[in-house]
Ligand binder design. Structure first.
Ligand code: SAH
Ligand code: SF4
Ligand code: F3S
Length: 487
């Protein structure tokens, strides 16, 4: 019987990858992904714990799902409600206590065991129903008579989940591939080392095999993922005891026919080695865009954050990358109002932004996270001050992004069409520099890389026209146009 599976994903790309893999794991049990939770047989919230706001969203969403689940129960139907991801890992038992309608809680490292968890939850639900028959009223979700017997699996297993995951299903033209997980850096503000666990790199052979399978299923672009992806050090193929870094892995992946574009995210400035810089210089398929979070431009703050690199180190890394690939577009993350951050520290951040110049950036107010060292540091910055600094930084970053986009106007760029735009007759894609581009194009261009002349630039996107008349169609382009969109 076909069962409907709704997965809602919060947080980073790693969670997007994990959600897709959860769907792969559940497919053999008859679960098919749907776009709405309303009549789903199973709902998974794949959650993010990085900032307070992100974590709190889970509880409000659970409130809504609770009514859905109750409604289904009244119709005599069941809904398995599961919470996955980093909130699940950080506060699994708290979730079970606050939201008794949740059946399963599992962390980012255990989702390969989902079939077994679903079976255990079903047995527990049967037992509850049997008990309910002897009680007055219905034993609906969260009826205040104590929690149901939920399943919690937030272990960090010794064996990596990757060894147990099935083949990946279809992912579209642009696919994510996790190559590295967890983090050993322990920046003082960050929950990731606690929610994702210790750093782990998948063996090169596994990564290459998964890349090939993604290409077989229609991918043209692969983004290598890791919380600290450039700390990658995977077992080398065929040689026991040898390891490859990310640069070497990229050189190897670039050899695979059919793979047109390679990206990776997220990187740490400390782990940009010469081989990686060399890949940016020599591998055409490696896109000239790099998300390299710096967090702050003040050395005092960077030290308190335990980033173990200075603002000058960052400037040097940017220079090395630009020497190797002059058109590389840099993106970053910033935190304002870290404990002890003075106005002068903040101005150092503004200065770094002006010096380096970013094509894109994410910036956040420091959010104290339970269990992290920075949460208890003295000198917490008042909320209004954080908000004012954030607004100032964002104005500067937005001006840089707008200028970067404006400079694209009139240029012709290869665009990978990886989404159907909301407006009919349009496709959406990405430039090599990660800019979102909307173009009037027939559906046969979906999954195709085609040259586009950029006509208009906005703060967050570009629009343009297909440059077909110039006869610059590439071999795969004419193939796809002739043969229709990839299945
Ligand atoms: N691995 C990446 C970051 C992953 S978290 C790195 O090393 O840079 C994504 C971003 O969330 C971070 O870059 C940081 O800017 C932001 N972030 C993490 N913890 C935060 C906190 N406690 N408060 C505010 N922003 C935070
Ligand atoms: Fe968090 Fe720092 Fe690790 Fe990035 S490097 S995931 S910010 S601890
Ligand atoms: Fe959030 Fe976990 Fe990713 S905390 S940013 S979902 S690793």
């Amino acid at each position: 019987m076909v069962k409907k599976l709704f997965i809602k994903t919060y947080g980073c790309q790693m969670n997007v990858y994990d959600s897709a893999r959860m769907a792969d794991v559940l497919a053999p049990l008859g679960y098919t992904p749907v776009d709405e939770p309303d009549d789903a047989d199973m709902v998974i919230l794949n959650t993010c714990h990085i900032r307070e706001k992100a974590a709190e969203k889970v509880y409000s969403e659970l409130g809504r799902l609770r009514s859905l689940k109750d409604r289904k129960a009244r119709q005599g139907e069941g809904m398995v409600l599961a919470v996955a991801g980093c909130v699940a890992q950080a506060e699994g038992h708290e979730i079970m206590r606050r939201a008794p309608c949740v059946d399963i809680v599992f962390g980012p490292q255990t989702y390969h065991r989902l079939p077994e968890m679903v079976a255990r939850a079903a047995r527990a639900a049967d037992r509850t129903r049997a008990a309910d028959r002897n009680r007055v009223g219905r034993g609906d979700c969260g009826d205040g008579r104590g929690p149901r017997l939920g399943v919690v699996d937030t272990e960090f297993p010794v064996e990596p989940k990757f060894d147990f995951l099935p083949e990946p299903g279809a992912r579209g033209p642009s696919a994510y591939l996790s190559v590295q997980e967890g983090c050993d850096k322990f920046c003082t503000f960050c929950v990731v080392p606690y929610t994702r666990g210790a750093e782990y790199s998948r063996p090169v052979a596994d990564v290459v095999a998964e890349a090939r399978r993604l290409l077989d299923r229609g991918a043209r672009e692969i983004t290598l993922l890791g919380q600290n992806v450039n700390a990658y050090h995977g077992a080398a193929p065929g040689v026991v005891g040898r390891e490859w870094g990310l640069g070497r892995l990229i050189f190897a992946l670039a050899e695979i026919e059919g793979l047109e574009r390679i990206r990776y995210t997220t990187s740490h400035p400390r782990d940009v080695d010469d081989e990686l810089v060399g890949a940016h210089r020599d591998v055409d398929k490696l896109m000239p865009y790099l998300h390299l979070p710096v967090q702050s431009g003040s050395d005092t703050v960077l030290e308190a954050m335990n980033r173990r690199s200075t603002a000058e180190d960052y400037r040097r890394v940017a220079d090395r990358l630009r020497a190797a690939r002059p058109d590389i577009a840099l993106a970053s993350d910033f935190i304002v109002g870290f404990p002890g951050e003075t106005r002068t520290d903040f101005e150092e951040t503004l200065r770094l932004v002006r010096d380096v110049g970013f094509a894109q950036a994410y910036s956040f107010k420091f959010s104290p996270r339970p269990g992290t060292p920075a949460a208890n540091l003295p000198g917490q910055v008042p909320e209004e001050e954080k908000a004012a600094r954030l607004a100032e930084l964002q104005a500067l970053l937005k001006a840089q992004q707008t200028a970067f986009n404006a400079a694209s106007q009139g240029r012709v760029m290869p665009v990978l069409f990886d989404r159907r735009a909301t407006r009919p007759g349009q496709l959406a894609g990405r430039s090599p520099y990660m800019q979102a581009i909307h173009v009037e194009a027939p559906d046969s261009y979906f999954g195709v890389i085609a040259e586009v002349r950029i006509e208009a630039a906005f703060a967050n996107s570009l629009s343009g026209h297909l440059q077909t008349a110039a006869g610059r169609a590439r071999p795969w382009e004419s193939l796809a146009v002739a043969g229709g969109p990839p299945a």
